[in-house]
Write a protein that binds this ligand. Structure first.
Ligand code: ADP
Length: 191
């Protein structure tokens, strides 16, 4: 298996780039944000719970998110590898992911971190809010909360993977294709 994590603050382009990467490297996409949103749409118990956090720009509790990810991975035994987009987002999620993967006899191979200036992120998110109707993209206050969550809870994970020599920081401003080429170069260097 070949497993990749893509990090980046909200609006960094993780979803766009993941869609291109999974095609090239034949990976299965796990976007925890997408799984939550489809549960919200289906009005499942998980969706109703997740919505109360997501709409405020807060993270969904670790136990809930980790159980969902474990279920997702276990039900896809034929995958050649995964691209993790939006997970892990806390140290405790990162540790849980290591355990889950080691039980499946696999591991994280490479970790990409997209870096984008905050002003550009706000611009992109407000624009996405207009196009997609995503509630969490429509207010600057919710967006700032998500940056706070990212800086406090997710950023520390970068050091966790840096220590394991798995992390590549990638400049995330410019044309989509240019950024994609940078990500591929970073993956191929570690593979
Ligand atoms: P973005 O990175 O653009 O903010 P996502 O679609 O990845 O958007 O996530 C949207 C929201 O879903 C997050 O703000 C958070 O509330 C929730 N969420 C997604 N992934 C996780 C996670 N791994 N742990 C906790 N909450 C999560």
């Amino acid at each position: 298996m070949f497993n990749v994590i893509i990090f980046g603050p909200p609006g960094a382009g993780k979803g766009t780039q993941s869609a291109m990467l999974l095609e090239k490297y034949e990976l299965v996409h796990l976007s925890t944000g997408d799984v939550f949103r489809s549960n919200i749409k289906g009005e499942t118990e998980l969706g109703i719970l997740a919505k109360s956090y997501i709409d405020k720009g807060q993270l969904v509790p670790d136990e809930v998110t980790i159980a969902m990810v474990e279920d997702f991975l276990k039900t896809r035994p034929d995958a050649k590898g995964f691209i993790f987009d939006g997970f892990p987002r806390t140290i405790s999620q990162g540790e849980a992911l290591d355990t889950i993967l080691s039980n499946l006899n696999t591991t994280i191979d490479t970790v990409l971190a997209l870096e984008v200036e905050e002003d550009e992120l706000v611009k992109r998110l407000l624009e996405r809010g207009k196009q997609s109707g995503r509630v969490d993209d429509q207010s600057e206050e919710t967006i700032r909360n998500r940056f706070g969550e990212y800086n406090n809870k997710t950023e520390p994970l970068l050091a966790y993977y840096e220590k394991q020599d798995k992390l590549s920081r990638v400049h995330g401003m410019g044309q989509i294709d240019e950024i994609f080429a940078r990500l591929c170069e970073a993956i191929d260097k570690k593979a």
